[in-house]
Ligand binder design. Structure first.
Ligand code: F0G
Length: 458
């Protein structure tokens, strides 16, 4: 059978110029940014794969919905529309709008957390972990064993290890477990999907032990695609039905709509329990805004209502997952070690395998991030010991589980020729890999150091 090229299922109506730069200019820009691409100006970047968050291109339908945004302080029409959309998707009765995902996290986890409390997740994302630890609570990652081996192909590497979850509940006591958080897809673990069977089982364990079960649903449409294509019994279900079933097993969700909401800003918290929702509502009003806008403009809520529906369209999701796969396959063919199988929103490179000559405490991931920028103006992020490393009492680095570099693909933004360019830059990366050098940190803050740390080449 002849397989046709998966084309971008959209035409381009508005364009944004990309500023081209030379190798020499980029070397200076990177030095000025202290070898931390978070400190670059966006116009110094050619292809920006830093994140898929808030970087989506909106559709004509979203832009036109924005014009009908109702900017009333209370009871805006745009809020009622958004509330209905989220209720229809999640089934949860209590919905709190927030300006982005971490605001929902802060509200929920600061209320549930505090000293002595424990949260368990397949893997906590950086802001999730930071919010939990900032409250004084502990965050324990509990991914399945398969997730730690980048070369092992396993269809649901995002799953939570339920055997270990049971053991952790025994060890800490269910009364001390503030929540179990299932992140779909598992961003930190490589954008890997969680199976429906796993979500169902986690839900059952939580119910048996009286523990709150929260979904971090920011990429739930992409996760639904994988369930539809990989899990028995779901091939005939729509992507939205699959998402709805997954929500049904949990007690609530936090969502950054900057991902699968296809918007540039927005998020929400949705809960089953009224008492919990009331407590969170007080915090919402103190810091985010009134209950019917939570830090968002009416027009933002309109764009989100439309985005949350568009994201489940089959042509969109097919293009989305297949184009991420395309980048992964192409660089894998060049011999770049990547997390297999390719996840939904990003390709993750295993930098320790690419640069075996750079020790962990010289941050091989950050080195690759810098090489990609210097050689091609590509910006991406280290997800390894810069992001998650800790120090022991003697100041020695306790490394993260893996040294990954994430190439996150913004939604509906880049075309296949942009991706082909990235592949070409990787060809050069592979040819010169022995020359890459490590980095040392010369300045860092206490929390979330990867955003602002300064580095020097070793
Ligand atoms: N949960 C997950 C799984 C995320 O990936 C993110 C954000 C958040 C929560 C927080 O949402 O940014 O709207 O406050 N991830 C972005 C990323 C920043 O680049 O992966 P937010």
């Amino acid at each position: 059978m002849h397989h046709k090229v998966i084309i971008e299922p959209f035409r381009i109506k508005t364009v944004e110029a990309i500023a081209m730069t030379t190798d020499q200019e980029r070397r200076q820009f990177l030095k000025d940014a202290h070898f931390n691409p978070f400190l670059l100006k966006s116009e110094q970047v050619i292809i920006d794969l830093l994140t898929d968050s808030g970087t989506s291109a909106m559709s004509a339908s979203q832009w036109s919905a924005m014009m009908s945004g109702d900017e009333s302080y209370a009871g805006a029409r745009s809020w009622h529309r958004l509330e209905k959309t989220i209720h229809d998707l999640t089934g949860y009765p209590h919905i709190l709008p927030t300006h982005q995902g971490r605001a929902a996290e802060r509200i929920l986890y600061s209320h549930l957390g505090g000293k002595g409390k424990v949260f368990i997740s397949n893997t906590h994302f950086d802001t999730t972990r930071a919010n939990i630890e900032f409250s004084g609570a502990a965050a324990i990652d509990c991914p399945v064993e398969e997730s730690l081996h980048t070369e092992v192909t396993y269809p649901f590497k995002g799953n939570l290890d339920t055997k270990r979850l049971r053991a952790l509940i025994k060890e800490h006591g269910s009364e001390n477990i503030a929540a179990v958080i299932l992140t779909v897809t598992n961003n930190t673990g490589g954008g890997q999907p969680v199976s429906m069977a796993n979500a169902r089982e986690v839900g059952e364990i939580c119910k048996q032990n009286g523990i709150l079960f929260i979904l971090d649903a920011c990429r739930i449409a992409e996760n639904a695609y994988f369930i539809n294509h990989r899990e028995r019994g779901y091939g005939e279900k729509t992507y939205k039905e699959i998402a709805q079933e997954m929500f049904s097993y949990a007690d609530g969700c936090v969502m950054s709509a900057k991902k699968d909401g296809l918007v540039n800003i927005g998020g929400f918290l949705a809960l089953r329990d009224k008492e919990l929702s009331d407590a969170c509502t007080s915090l919402l009003i103190i810091t985010e805004g009134f209950t019917t806008y939570g830090g968002l403009a009416g027009r933002d809520m309109e764009a989100m209502s439309v985005g949350l529906q568009e994201v489940f369209e089959p042509d969109y999701l097919t293009y989305r997952i297949r184009s991420t796969q395309y980048l992964g396959d192409k660089i894998h063919e060049l011999g770049v070690p990547i997390m297999l199988p390719v996840g939904g929103h990003a390709v993750y490179v295993d930098s320790m395998k690419l640069y075996p000559h750079i020790p962990v405490d010289e941050y091989p991931g950050q080195s690759l991030v810098c090489e990609l920028y210097e050689k091609g103006g590509i910006r991406c992020v280290e997800i390894g010991s810069v992001m998650f490393g800790k120090y022991d009492e003697t100041g020695k680095l306790i490394p993260a589980a893996m040294e990954l570099v994430r190439l996150a693909i913004p939604r509906r933004v880049y075309t296949q020729s942009h991706v082909d360019y990235v592949v070409e830059v990787f060809r050069e990366i592979v040819a010169t890999k022995d020359l890459a050098r490590g980095l040392r940190i010369v300045r860092e803050p206490r929390f979330l150091r990867h955003f602002t740390a300064h580095f020097e080449r070793v």
